[in-house]
Every structure is written in structure tokens, then in C-alpha cells.
Design a protein around this ligand. Structure first.
Ligand code: NDP
Length: 444
């Protein structure tokens, strides 16, 4: 049996009931076959793949907090410190009822390669809790965040592990967590990113993932003789990534015609009104029905359906496994030429294969959505310098990073005879740097 197959089997055996983690490991290791086969003897001797798929540390803890009725609620908190070969652990905190150890491990594993691809010195980690922020009062959110950080603060620090936001963790939650960290540890340091501008946050961090997605998509299209300008784009989700992907796509001359949330989706043939979308989602924190009610050209549909709309470019920006094989078939039938993942692992493996086999350009999330973590690393740099850069400075660094990422993965794919396969390219480019650092640091 090949080394790759052995390790995939081992991961399934050693981590039962963690399907998302199995999926992530399988997807990455399958696409690394060429590199692993070429170095099999050395990698086996060094236990490289076994070390790579085992987190350096995983922390699971109780998060008790008191709700508005005076009752104690108990959630579970996680932080998986996956790999620190190239820098301090870095990765977001997800607050969502679906969170479990397997999901955090899949996200942390992917984060290793994503962070490596940015070219910045950051290792891979991820954390979160099964706490559901929906419907909670501001006081309850604060109570949860303070309790969560009371335990988490023992394991993180500006030079060891720097968490950020993710689903359910926005500026408000980061603020409460930062306050609690400072209070307990007595340190004013860049321990979290995604902070408010008044206390060490970076300009352009809010926009970074969505904007970065479009910078990479634009470059990928350009290098394949296509143009984002004039393209019709379908976006899923209506959170942070989706909103700023929509904004940048429209700035670059594309027309975004869909957005969605967990209950339904909007088709707006006139093009999504970003200001209205921000008002509904960022200010009122309301459902998309409110968008449709305020916009005569928009049609609201319950359930799923974004990928049935005809488009040139599809940008899944909601959550994992939201673009299925049947969706990929509908996109291909409607003439879609490019898919770039704003979310983490939104496309299932069979859907990805179908898209690639049918000539659709496919940019995987670990490259396409790396703008968020890259800008988080820029926030860390500014915190270390005790300086703040302008929006334009950060945005132009972000643009350079995304263009470089695309060329790195394009080159890596070409080196291993997989030209145009950006999944293979991204995994190889991310992997090479991490393995190089792991080998140099000895058995650890
Ligand atoms: P948000 O919480 O801001 O938004 C998530 C969006 O996805 C919401 O519109 C949400 O709808 C929708 N959604 C969630 N679950 C489902 C579901 N099961 N079906 C359909 N829609 C769903 O998160 P972000 O925008 O920050 O993150 C989106 C994705 O991008 C995640 O995969 C995240 O890991 C990834 N990502 C985010 C980065 C960032 O900087 N924010 C960086 C890199 C990756 P509803 O409001 O109804 O729940």
C-alpha cells in the first residue's frame, strides 16, 4: 500500500466519527501523491505524514455561563494547535451549534496549508465552541465570551497562538474576548486579530477575505484569457465573506445576482444592492426576506437553489459542503467557467472533480480565501510595530499576496504535470514550505 493510502487509513481508524476531518485529510493527501511518491523513503523515515495529520495539541474545555433567566448553560470549547513549523498557530474561532472536534480539526488541518500559502510566518490552528450566538442577548454573548476566554487564555499569546474570527465570531465577540484576556493575563498584546480599530485592529481586515477572493479570482481568470469585468456571478452566503466578495466583484465590473443564508436565497437580476445587504445583515442582523421586501427586483426563495442560476463565476461563501455534485452539474450545464471558494471546503469532493473534469477553473478555499488570514498576519505585524497602516497600504499588500498565491499554486501544479489543477497546486505549494521547516527542526 502506498504511504498516502496508509496514512489516510490510519486517520480514519484513529479518529472515528470525524467525517469532515477524514474528508480534509483525504483531499489534501490525494493531491500530494506526486510529491510524496517522489520522496517516499525520506518522508516515511521522518514520519512526515503521521506528524502532519496529528495536531501538536488539542484542547477541549468546559464553558459555563449564566443566561438571562439566571440559569447556568454549559458549552464545550476547543482549540486545536495543529502545526507550528512556520510560525505561531493562527486560525479562527467558530461559534456554531454544529461545532465538534472533527470540524475544528478539519479546519485546523486546512489552515496549515492556507497559512503557508500566504508566504507569511504563521502556523495552523483553529478553535471554537458549539455555542449558538443566534437569538442571544448582548449580555449573554459577553458572558459566554468571557467564560470561553477565561480558559482559552492559558494556551494562547501573541507569540504562541493568535486566534481570529470565523462563523459566529465577529468584531463584538473578539472585543469581549480581548477584554477578558487583558484582564486575566495583564497583557496588552496582539493575542487576537479582527480587533476593533480603536484597540489594535487593522484597516481592511473586515473586507479582506471577500476582497482577496476577488483578487485571486481576477488573476486566475486573467491568466486563462478571461475577464471578471462583465461577468455574471453567483455568491452564496450573506455573511462577512459573501458581503465583501459581492462588493469587490461589483467594483471590478461584475454583476452579482444571488446571495443566501441558512434559510433561503435571493435572486436579484439587477445585481445585489450591497448597501442594502449590509444594512440588513450587518446592522439589523435580519433575514434575507428583509432584503427582498426592500428591493423590488429581488426574488426570495426558501431553502437552497443559488447554483441553479446561470452564471459565469460561482463563489460559494457560506459553509462547508454547500456545493454538491448536483449543483456542479447545474453550474456546468449553465455555462459556468470558474468556481472560487470563499468558504472553507464548500464544494464536496465529487463536485470538485466534476467541475475540473468539465473544464471549470477551480480555486480551492485554502488559496482563494487566504486573504483573511493574510490580513490577520498583517494586523499582527502592525501590533508588533505599534503602528497602524492606511487602508490603501493594507489593501495593496493584500492584493500582492493574493496574486502571488495564485502564481505559486499555478507554478507548483505545472512542476508536477498537473497544469491548471489548482487544488493540487495549492496543496503542494503549501505543503513544501511546511515540510521543509519540519525537516529542518528535527523530530518535534
Ligand atoms: P458569517 O457567519 O459572517 O456568515 C456565514 C454565512 O453563511 C451566513 O450568511 C449564514 O447564514 C450562511 N450559512 C451558514 N450555515 C449555512 C448553511 N448550512 N446553509 C446555508 N447557509 C449557511 O461567516 P463568514 O462569512 O465569516 O464565513 C463564511 C465561510 O468563510 C466559513 O466557511 C468560514 O470558515 C470561511 N472563512 C471566513 C473568513 C473570514 O475572514 N471571515 C476567512 C476564511 C474563511 P445564517 O446567517 O442564516 O446563519
Amino acid at each position: 500500500m502506498s504511504y498516502v493510502d496508509e496514512v489516510i487509513e490510519l486517520v480514519v481508524k484513529q479518529n472515528p466519527a470525524e467525517p469532515e476531518f477524514h474528508q480534509a485529510v483525504k483531499e489534501v493527501l490525494e493531491s500530494l501523491r506526486a510529491v510524496v511518491d517522489a520522496n517516499e523513503e525520506k518522508f516515511r523515515r521522518e514520519g512526515i505524514l503521521e506528524r502532519l495529520v496529528n495536531p501538536e495539541r488539542q484542547i477541549k474545555f468546559r464553558v459555563p455561563w449564566v443566561d438571562d433567566k439566571g440559569n447556568v448553560q454549559v458549552n464545550t470549547g476547543y482549540r486545536v494547535q495543529f502545526n507550528s513549523a512556520i510560525g505561531p498557530y493562527k486560525g479562527g474561532l467558530r461559534l456554531h451549534p454544529s461545532v465538534n472536534l472533527g470540524i475544528i480539526k478539519f479546519l485546523g488541518f486546512e489552515q496549515i496549508f492556507k497559512n503557508s500559502l500566504t508566504g507569511l510566518p504563521i502556523g495552523g490552528g483553529k478553535g471554537g465552541s458549539d455555542f449558538d450566538p443566534k437569538g442571544k442577548s448582548d449580555r449573554e454573548i459577553m458572558a459566554f465570551c468571557q467564560s470561553f476566554m477565561t480558559e482559552l487564555c492559558k494556551y494562547i499569546g501573541a507569540d504562541t497562538d493568535v486566534p481570529a474570527g470565523d462563523i459566529g465570531t465577529g468584531a463584538r465577540e473578539i472585543g469581549y474576548m480581548f477584554g477578558q484576556y487583558k484582564r486575566i493575563r495583564g497583557l496588552y498584546e496582539g493575542v487576537l486579530t479582527g480587533k476593533g480599530l480603536s484597540y489594535g485592529g487593522s484597516l481592511a481586515r473586515t473586507e479582506a477575505t471577500g476582497y482577496g477572493l476577488l483578487y485571486l479570482t481576477e488573476e486566475m481568470l486573467k491568466c486563462n484569457g478571461k475577464d471578471i469585468k462583465g461577468a455574471t456571478v453567483c455568491v452564496s452566503g450573506s455573511g462577512n465573506v459573501a458581503i465583501y466578495a459581492t462588493e469587490k466583484a461589483q467594483q471590478l465590473g461584475a454583476k452579482v445576482v444571488t446571495v443566501s443564508d441558512s434559510t433561503g436565497w435571493v435572486y436579484d437580476p439587477e445585481g445585489i444592492d450591497v448597501a442594502l445587504l449590509k444594512e440588513v445583515k450587518e446592522v439589523k442582523r435580519a433575514r434575507l426576506t428583509e432584503y427582498a421586501a426592500a428591493r423590488p427586483s429581488a426574488q426570495y426563495h426558501e431553502g437552497r437553489g443559488v447554483w441553479t442560476i446561470k452564471c459565469d463565476v460561482a463563489l460559494p461563501c457560506a459553509t462547508q459542503n454547500e456545493l454538491l455534485l448536483e449543483d456542479a452539474k447545474a453550474l456546468v450545464a449553465n455555462g459556468c467557467t470558474a468556481v472560487a471558494e470563499g468558504a472553507n471546503m464548500p464544494t464536496t469532493m465529487d463536485a470538485t472533480e466534476y467541475l475540473q473534469q468539465n473544464g471549470v477553473l477551480f480555486a480551492p478555499g485554502k488559496a482563494a480565501n487566504a486573504g483573511g488570514v493574510a490580513t490577520s498576519a498583517l494586523e499582527m505585524s502592525q501590533n508588533s510595530e505599534r503602528l497602524s497602516w492606511t487602508f490603501e497600504e493594507v489593501d495593496s499588500k493584500l492584493q500582492n499576496i493574493m496574486v502571488n498565491i495564485f502564481h505559486n499554486l499555478d507554478d507548483a501544479a505545472k512542476r508536477y504535470n498537473a497544469e491548471g489543477n489548482y487544488v493540487v497546486g495549492a496543496n503542494i505549494a503549501g505543503f513544501e514550505k511546511v515540510v521543509d521547516a519540519m525537516l529542518a527542526q528535527g523530530v518535534c
